[in-house]
Ligand binder design. Structure first.
Ligand code: PHB
Length: 395
């Protein structure tokens, strides 16, 4: 007995020595995100999303594995800057994962580097369909504009015959326009006018006047979430398009949850298609909202971008866990193709193994007043939508 105990103590001591001597393994995750400039609120919402995930799931990493975040600010849609930042992260910091990225032009500029460096890039936002085709090391945890705009077009074609399209003049805007037009015209609707609005410092008033003069039944618009969503909503209300009987619809970017409190009454009745609403009553979302408010304050509201940050970080943790902390880029990409989460705050999600793009529910929502505050209230679900643009490419 005594000898056994003695041996047991020796073994425990040796294990302890080994554990102390073995260097803790540190995995470096590069984050390129928008923390300054007119779109800084978007980067902040993503940042809060993935950091909340990390805080809540610290115990889900293998023992001895630590994460070091290397965070850089791209300042908005600046592809040259984003590319330069990534070069430094690859060469100097030797990151093992890349994540973040609000803007499509930045993601497109970085894509070739992720292929050369074999660097897994888990996108938290940028939503233009083609991005994932630009490098085999990209997987997307956000959405595509086609994923919302195409089914929105189909839905709208059952209610309206004449639509006007207004989008921000950059890649995700062009995707939103094309997706909506396809869905709407396939369903028998007609596009009576289209306009593309500059991305930098737009004045929405003259564009809204043009829409009003064209007298469509419905206006479908896309701008980036954040302040521009509030600006276009205000222009719609101020010019009286609602009173002129022109219904306002779009992907959920135009009624993004965090901006609803800044929009006045203009968005009441606006219909959007999207994958996430902070007002959703799924248990996983209720838990997410409660954790968010505890961490960031009762008044703080997460957006779809925060959930993109949360889910992409969950996939990074999964890849680290499955490899027990020894990261190989090709193994990471093989694993991510099998990634599924039945319980994201947005509902069930999966990565399409063929395209590395996200499959998720799209919800039709109406802006209503709930408990004194505006909310995106989901009223219909389209189950597990794959990026329709990629489905069309296959045909
Ligand atoms: C994008 O650049 O892909 C993008 C930016 C803001 C959005 C949606 C997409 O709200």
């Amino acid at each position: 007995m005594r000898i056994k105990t003695f041996i047991g103590i020796l073994a425990a001591g040796a294990a302890l020595l080994l554990a102390v001597a073995a260097p803790a393994q540190t995995i470096k995750i590069g984050v390129i995100n928008t923390y300054s400039g007119p779109f800084a609120t978007l980067g902040d919402l993503i940042d809060k999303g993935f950091k909340l995930y990390m805080k809540q799931n610290a115990d889900k990493l293998p023992p001895g594995v630590k994460i070091e975040l290397v965070i850089r600010d791209d300042g908005g849609p600046n592809p040259d800057k984003a590319k330069q930042l990534l070069q430094e992260l690859i060469v100097r910091d030797r990151i093992q994962f890349l994540t973040g990225v609000v803007f499509t032009p930045n993601a497109l500029a970085m894509a070739p580097l992720t292929q050369e460096a074999k660097l897994p890039f888990f996108i938290m936002n940028a939503g233009t369909s083609v991005i994932t085709e630009r490098s085999p090391y990209i997987a997307r945890f956000s959405f595509t504009l086609w994923q919302s705009s195409y089914p929105l077009g189909a839905w709208a074609s059952r209610k309206y015959k004449r639509a006007y399209i207004a989008v921000s003049d950059f890649a995700p805007g062009h995707d939103s326009e094309a997706g909506f037009e396809r869905g709407f015209t396939e369903g028998g609707g007609r596009i009576v006018g289209k306009v593309r609005i500059p991305l930098a410092n737009p004045d929405f008033v003259p564009f809204m006047q043009r829409v009003k003069d064209a007298k469509p039944e419905v206006l479908m618009a896309f701008t980036p979430a954040g302040r521009q969503a509030t600006q276009i909503m205000k222009a719609y209300g101020d010019l009286g398009l609602d009173k002129a009987g022109i219904k306002f619809i779009g992907p959920g970017d135009i009624t993004t949850d965090e901006e609803l409190p800044n929009m006045g009454d203009a968005p009441l009745g606006v219909i959007t298609m999207h994958h996430y609403s902070a007002a959703a009553t799924r248990p996983a979302n209720k838990a997410f909202i409660a954790a968010w408010k505890k961490e960031y304050g009762e008044k703080s509201v997460p957006s779809f971008m925060s959930v993109g940050g949360w889910d992409a970080m969950d996939a990074i943790y999964y890849a680290i866990r499955e490899q027990k902390g020894k990261i190989d880029p090709d193994r990471t990409m093989a694993l991510v193709k099998k990634y599924k989460n039945p319980n994201s705050p947005r509902g069930p999600i999966a990565i399409d193994p063929e395209t590395r793009d996200i499959i998720q529910n799209e919800y039709i929502r109406e802006v209503k007043r709930v408990g004194g505050q505006l909310a995106n209230v989901e009223f219909e679900t389209i189950s597990m939508v794959k990026d329709p643009w990629k489905e069309y490419q296959k045909k």
